[in-house]
Write a protein that binds this ligand. Structure first.
Ligand code: EPZ
Length: 421
């Protein structure tokens, strides 16, 4: 199992370009299943979730090839004309919980879909009741047995879906099921994340008729067919936020390029509030930090609120800030697993249910720690960069799911970080 070895205490300085968004690539690749023709998806990040999505497309019969670009990104070519499959193999479902994003697209195209229940993972139970109830309302017969979900329909019909929670995945699945349905679908209380807008833009380029993504009400008029198109994935706002925090944690000074600052406004406000100097220059964000002050309360919320995916990394930043911070995790039931590992580095954090209280300390110390999940692993990297001494971070396959060559990115800013088998 690969691990990262980090020599802490080096201020990060320089220029770094941000990868394409993991949470855009997955639903967009699922959407490519709906096209009669070639889809060319540019700026895909070089991460294992991209590999998993490509594997699923291949298992469904799509023709997929790719080109590695000079900037390290991947351009993926997909032709799903012969994708007659409708079942995602269990081992692929287990590799990536978000494979459930393919459900709406497969059902839309094949009128049949069989997936294993994604089940719980490191963040909590991860139910898909909102996905299932919406697809049933659109005309799907769905049975759940022996850990499998079997969906079937003659047609899918447009309807009004009122989401009990602005679920990102459920919003995307409904969009993918509605684009070829008979009639119009309206999603109320839709998720407003930028990745939803990116999916709408991709689908509309294919010939879909969608409006409202980015707001809580999305309207989808069903069309007869969709064509292939070319699309460049938006920048990854969570990767950008992670690198900004890494620079701040090491009291560095850097320019993070090719971002979409408006997608990060709640994180930029947080960084400013804790004492960072932030400057926005179109699509580039400069960050420098001399002294960190604790932000008193960070509460994760659906977009545009403070993103749950930044909670662990920002907590790592707060472990060495002056004063105490309170983190309230309102989105996932079990998203504090990184706390035990941060304790090993000398962090002072107390948790009670969905609340964590961080008391800033003067120093963190290098230690051997284990990644517990994608963003928890990134938090350990940020803490190790600011710690005194050497840290070894195990189980980095979690980190590789969402960060494109993280050690290369950080090394380009001067970090002393290497990967070891
Ligand atoms: C997406 O997950 C992202 N993943 C997550 O990013 C992100 O944390 C999350 O949205 C919230 O922003 C991808 O886009 C691939 P949800 P998703 O449905 O769609 C509950 C990362 O680190 N819920 O918005 O699974 C659910 O249990 C990952 O990049 C139901 O109860 O998130 C959770 O508590 C982690 N029933 C809350 O809603 C449902 O049917 C938010 O889930 C669906 C969700």
């Amino acid at each position: 199992m690969s691990k990262l070895v980090v020599q802490g205490g080096v201020p990060l300085c320089g220029v770094l370009e941000v990868q394409g968004a993991k949470n855009s690539v997955l639903p967009i690749m699922a959407a490519a299943l709906l096209a009669d023709g070639d889809c060319i998806i540019e700026h895909c990040p070089d991460i294992s979730d991209t590999d998993s999505a490509i594997e699923i497309l291949g298992a469904l019969g799509a023709f997929v090839t790719e080109k590695r670009e000079s900037d390290g990104s991947r351009t993926v070519y997909i032709n799903a004309s012969n994708a007659l499959g409708f079942e995602i193999p269990d081992d692929m479902m287990r590799k990536m919980r978000s494979s459930v994003m393919f459900l709406g697209a497969i059902l839309s195209r094949r009128h049949r879909a069989i997936i294993s229940f994604p089940g719980g993972c490191e963040l909590g139970p991860r139910p898909i009741d909102l996905h299932i109830s919406a697809l049933k309302k659109m005309g799907a017969d769905i049975t759940e047995q022996h850990g499998y979900i079997d969906c079937e329909c003659d047609r899918l019909y447009g309807t009004v879906i009122d989401l009990a929670f602005p679920s990102v995945g459920a919003t995307e699945n409904i969009m993918l099921a509605a684009v070829l349905a008979d009639g119009e679908t309206i999603i109320n209380n839709a998720a407003k994340e930028p990745e939803i807008e990116d999916l709408q833009n991709f689908l509309n380029k294919m010939g879909a008729k969608i409006c409202g993504a980015g707001s809580s009400r999305i309207k989808i008029k069903g069309v007869k067919a969709l064509n292939g198109t070319r699309h460049r994935v938006i920048p990854d706002r969570i990767a950008a936020g992670t690198y900004l925090c890494a620079v701040a944690a090491t009291r560095g000074n850097a320019l993070i390029k090719n971002t979409e600052p408006r997608h990060l406004s709640s994180v930029l406000s947080f960084l400013t509030d804790c004492g960072c100097d932030i400057d926005i220059l179109e699509n580039d964000i400069s960050v420098s930090c001399d002294e960190l002050h604790a932000v008193r309360h960070i509460r994760t919320m659906p977009y545009p609120g403070f993103p749950t995916d930044m909670q662990a990394v920002c907590m790592a930043l707060m472990t060495k800030a002056k004063g105490s911070s309170v983190f309230t995790e309102t989105i996932f039931e079990n998203r504090f697993k990184h706390v035990g590992e941060l304790h090993r580095m000398g962090a002072k954090i107390r948790t009670d249910g969905r609340v964590a209280v961080v008391e800033g300390v003067k120093k963190l110390y290098g230690a051997r720690v284990e990644s517990t999940d994608l963003r928890g692993g990134a938090a350990l990297v940020v803490a190790a960069l600011s710690a005194e001494g050497t840290s070894v971070i195990e189980n980095i396959s979690h980190i590789e799911r969402g960060y494109d060559n993280i050690e290369k990115a950080l090394s380009s800013l001067g970090a002393k970080i290497t990967r070891q088998q």
